[in-house]
Design a protein around this ligand. Structure first.
Ligand code: HEC
Length: 155
């Protein structure tokens, strides 16, 4: 009896989750993913400024917050925003995603895993306040952003 109940609840939950995604408009998926990338970009600039370009402005707390924000985005599962119908620009909502990011599952997984590891390492290192280690982790993270862009983002 309990097992059946659990099963039924489980099914209801998974239907609800699917419905949420099915309801997302493709133009919103494009908007959300671009917003996510822009938030990461802003925070990457902060770390670059404070840990590399203007080390005299280094603020350990700010750097740690920026790195935490980037790791949170990386852990959010942005891949879920590449939904059917969001392959092409929709009116004013432009997308630069290449068609391959929707189809090349193994290739995307490879760059996404590397990015995820780099972003989490950056957050870990940023929490220590070690400027040299932060600069290195920043470069590794930036390289992992670029690796995906080179393959899956149009010019
Ligand atoms: C797994 C692939 C992938 C990773 C990792 C990735 N990006 Fe991107 N990025 C894309 C794709 C694809 C687009 C184009 C999205 C679109 O236009 O729909 C994009 C777009 C962008 C944009 C432009 C957004 C806009 O408004 O047009 C910026 C800025 C950006 N990424 C920064 C970053 C930064 C910084 C990182 C790393 C911290 C990063 N990205 C990691 C794939 C990735």
């Amino acid at each position: 009896m309990n097992a059946i109940k659990t099963l039924l609840i489980g099914t209801a939950l998974s239907i609800a989750t699917t419905a949420v995604y099915a309801d997302m408009k493709p133009e919103d998926a494009i908007k959300y993913r671009k917003a996510g990338y822009n938030v990461m970009s802003w925070n990457m600039s902060k770390i670059k400024a404070m840990a590399i370009d203007a080390p005299e402005s280094f603020d350990a707390k700010q750097v740690a917050n920026a790195a935490t924000a980037i790791a949170a985005m990386a852990n959010m599962g942005m891949g879920a925003l590449y939904i059917a119908g969001s392959e092409e620009s929709i009116g004013d909502m432009k997308t630069r995603a290449k068609a391959e990011i929707f189809t090349d599952k193994d290739g995307v997984k490879e760059v996404a895993v590397k990015f995820n590891q780099a972003a989490n390492e950056l957050a870990k290192v940023a929490a220590t306040g070690d400027k040299v280690a932060i600069a290195q982790a920043f470069k590794d993270t930036g390289a992992s952003c670029k690796a995906c862009h080179d393959k899956y983002r149009k010019e």
